[in-house]
Every structure is written in structure tokens, then in C-alpha cells.
Design a protein around this ligand. Structure first.
Ligand code: SAH
Length: 400
């Protein structure tokens, strides 16, 4: 990867941080995400669904709650962006099966947006029935198709745009933080973009430099920006616009969970390797690269087409979703001390403000009608109207 980047920089000049992230993470041949499994204790980082089954179960309940509150449509698509090992969607589908009596007669299909060949194979192993072979077509927009263990049709895509437009619930967990960001530094001459160049002192080392003049991505910086260093993520904006348009048109909801801030942080671009911080410019391709999600930017990119809720801290969201009750049920059911220990450790990791409790946030996009109190909910796909109910997990609404 380093050689590829050096060659690129030598032939076309310094590259933006966004281009660097894109190459390092998703280059089809050598990209970090493309050909290996980096998740879990043996990998480079661990995510909430990999830590505790309760996480996915509560997210599953959130979708059922939204489906009920918005009129129990006869069919919906469950769409996940960046599903990792498929653990989260697996836990959600288990909840859907357990609550089969609630969802009965609802026609559900699963749609996964995944660029990584390796991870899509792991997802298929986790989620599908081996007896029913998968259909594969690398040339098609739907590059893999099958049936889940509970008999639900499941399809894989590389881009959200390729997922059929229909009444859908969207989920993105630790997805937006891997999308490429442009970095800008305020200087006496105005905003200057941070680029990556070859260090003239050490031939196989990369270094950050500032662009000598204004660059196009500056258009993504807000006019009244007060910070002196910002990261902007146009890719996130495009995805939020697409989600907002779809939800405004057909209904449904999007639930986004990630670490991030509300437009306040500055330099958050960093690398992780073997669960430790890793210099972003060293040994590219061997470590995860990430930047905190700017929820304020996501909210602005929804452009008022849909309502947004959050960001709400993970500890608050999960508490409102009933994590304590669920933990107690599982503790009562488990007889092995090691199992109990694991459940308690997982809870602590998800909820402790010093661990994931405060750093991770939940953010939702919903049709405007969903939040208009007292007014019945109706859209083209829904048959039964229902009065507006609070949105589970988001405490500010629960209190209204
Ligand atoms: N949601 C999972 C995995 C998070 S890691 C979890 O919480 O455990 C990020 C995921 O996004 C991986 O599955 C990665 O392959 C995928 N990904 C990264 N860039 C992507 C892109 N541009 N389009 C689609 N998926 C992408």
C-alpha cells in the first residue's frame, strides 16, 4: 500500500486526506477493509454488537417499536450499511423471530451494503442457511443473494443507491466514521486543506502538508465556522441526503450509531491497530483509519426533508431501551459464573461513561409526520393509522 501511495503521489502530487483514507481502506486490491477480518479481540478494534448480544437485541426492539408506531406496514426492508461480521443484524433477526407473533404477516427482507468481499463472506456464513446456496454475480448491482436462517430473503450491494427504494428501516453502526474526510486548517490566508506528501528527508515516509491555495472541498465548510481546524465528510452528506429523500418519500426510519460530536471537535483523524492507537501515516493498509462523526453536519445534510433526533449518548439510549431489564433476565437465565461475568463485563463496556457509554451516540432520521403529536400516521404503504408515540431510546421525546 505504501508503495502504491508513493507512486500515486510521485505521479500526480500530494493527495487529500480523503483520497488517502479511500485508498487505504477500500482500494479493491489492497484496501484494509477488503480482504481481512479486523473485528473482535484478535483484530484491531471491537464494536458494541461484538461485545454483547444485548446491543443488537435492543436495536431490534427499536425497529419493531418504530414499525408499530408508524402504522405496522405490511412489508419493510431492513437495510444495514457496513454490517461487519453480520453479528448486529443476526441479533436483530433473532429478536424478529422471537417476536414473530407481533411481526406476523409482515413481509421482511434484508439488504446489506458492504464493499468488503471478505466481510460479505463472513456475513453470509453468519446469517444464511448453508443448505440453500447463495446466488453470486460480481458484475451485478446485487452481487450476492440468499435466504437467512429464519427464511428471510437477503441481498448484498456495494452502494446504498442500488438498494430498492421501498418502505425501509436503515441502520448504520460504526459506518460513518470510516468514510473519508477532508481536513482543513485555518491560516491567515484563509482555510487551507491538509494534504499528504512524501517526506523529503526520509524517502519512504509520508507527512502532512498544507495546500498552497484554496481547494474545492472548502465548499463543505460552514460560512460561520468558528473552529480553526475542521474535518468535513462529503460522502456522509451524500448518504444522509439519500436516506432523507427515501424516508421522506416512502416512510421508515434510519438509526445511526457512532462515536462523534455535535460540530465541536477538531482533529479526530486516527488509526487503530491491535486495539492500540496507530500513527495514521505509518504502514498504511495495516490499521483502521477513522474520524469522529460530525452529527451537526449530518443533521444539516438532512436539509429538513426529515426530522432528526439526537445525538443521544449510548448509555442514555440503551438505558431508555431497557438494557437493565434485559441484563437481569439474561443473568437470571445463565447458570455458569463465567457467562454471568461476561454479561456484566459487556454491560460495563457498553454503558460505562469512561468506556463506550459517553463516546458513542445514537442519531435517528424519521418522517416529519412521525413526530407531529396527535396527528395520525399514514403513508402510501401503511394501512392502519396510529397517534404519534414517543420515539423509543431518545429520552427528550420520552419526556414530552
Ligand atoms: N457495523 C459493524 C462493522 C463496523 S466496521 C459493527 O459495528 O460491528 C465498518 C464496516 O463498513 C465494515 O463492514 C466495512 O467493510 C464497511 N465499509 C467500509 N467502507 C464502506 C463503504 N464505502 N461502503 C460500504 N461499506 C463500507
Amino acid at each position: 500500500m505504501l508503495r502504491h501511495l508513493m507512486y500515486k503521489i510521485k505521479s500526480t502530487g500530494p493527495i487529500t486526506v480523503a483520497e488517502y483514507m479511500k485508498e487505504v481502506l477500500t482500494n479493491p486490491v489492497k484496501g484494509y477493509y477488503m480482504h481481512h477480518d479486523m473485528l473482535g479481540e484478535k483484530g484491531d478494534f471491537i464494536t458494541s454488537p461484538e461485545i454483547s448480544q444485548i446491543f443488537g437485541e435492543l436495536v431490534g426492539i427499536w425497529f419493531i417499536s418504530e414499525w408499530m408506531a408508524s402504522g405496522k406496514s405490511p412489508a419493510f426492508q431492513l437495510v444495514e450499511l457496513g454490517p461487519g461480521r453480520g453479528t448486529l443484524i443476526g441479533d436483530i433477526l433473532r429478536v424478529f423471530s422471537q417476536l414473530g407473533s407481533v411481526l406476523k404477516n409482515c413481509d421482511i427482507s434484508v439488504h446489506l451494503v458492504e464493499v468488503s468481499q471478505k466481510l460479505s463472506e463472513i456475513q453470509a456464513l453468519t446469517l444464511t442457511e448453508e443448505k440453500i446456496p447463495l446466488e453470486r454475480d460480481a458484475e451485478s448491482l446485487v452481487y450476492m443473494k440468499g435466504v437467512t436462517k429464519s427464511g428471510i430473503p437477503i441481498s448484498w450491494y456495494r452502494h446504498l443507491q442500488d438498494v430498492p427504494k421501498g418502505y425501509s428501516f436503515y441502520l448504520a453502526h460504526e459506518f460513518f466514521d470510516v468514510l473519508p474526510v477532508h481536513k482543513f486548517q485555518k491560516t491567515p490566508q484563509g482555510w487551507r486543506e491538509v494534504f499528504i506528501d512524501i517526506d523529503p528527508q526520509v524517502s519512504d515516509k509520508l507527512r502532512f502538508v498544507l495546500a498552497p491555495c484554496a481547494t474545492p472541498a472548502e465548499a463543505f465548510i460552514q460560512r460561520d465556522e468558528t473552529r480553526d481546524h475542521v474535518e468535513v465528510c462529503p460522502g456522509a452528506g451524500i448518504i444522509i441526503q439519500e436516506l432523507s429523500q427515501r424516508i421522506a418519500l416512502t416512510g421508515g426510519a434510519a438509526l445511526i450509531a457512532d462515536y462523534g460530536h455535535d460540530g465541536t471537535k477538531t482533529d479526530t483523524f486516527r488509526g487503530f491497530c491491535g486495539h492500540k492507537l496507530h500513527d495514521v501515516l505509518t504502514a498504511p493498509g495495516t490499521a483502521d483509519l477513522t474520524a469522529d462523526v460530525d452529527f451537526n453536519y449530518l443533521r444539516r445534510m438532512a436539509q429538513g426533508k426529515v426530522a432528526s433526533l439526537g445525538p443521544t449518548e449510548q448509555q442514555t439510549f440503551l438505558k431508555n431501551m431497557g438494557i437493565d431489564v434485559r441484563l437481569k433476565v439474561l443473568l437470571d437465565k445463565s447458570h455458569e459464573p463465567s457467562m454471568k461475568q461476561q454479561l456484566l463485563q459487556g454491560y460495563d463496556m457498553l454503558m460505562n461513561p469512561k468506556k463506550m457509554g459517553e463516546r458513542f451516540n445514537f442519531f435517528a432520521l424519521l418522517p416529519h409526520q412521525r413526530l407531529q403529536s396527535g396527528s395520525p400516521q399514514m403513508n402510501a404503504c401503511q394501512s392502519k393509522p396510529s397517534a404519534s408515540l414517543p420515539v423509543a431510546g431518545f429520552d427528550e421525546l420520552a419526556w414530552r
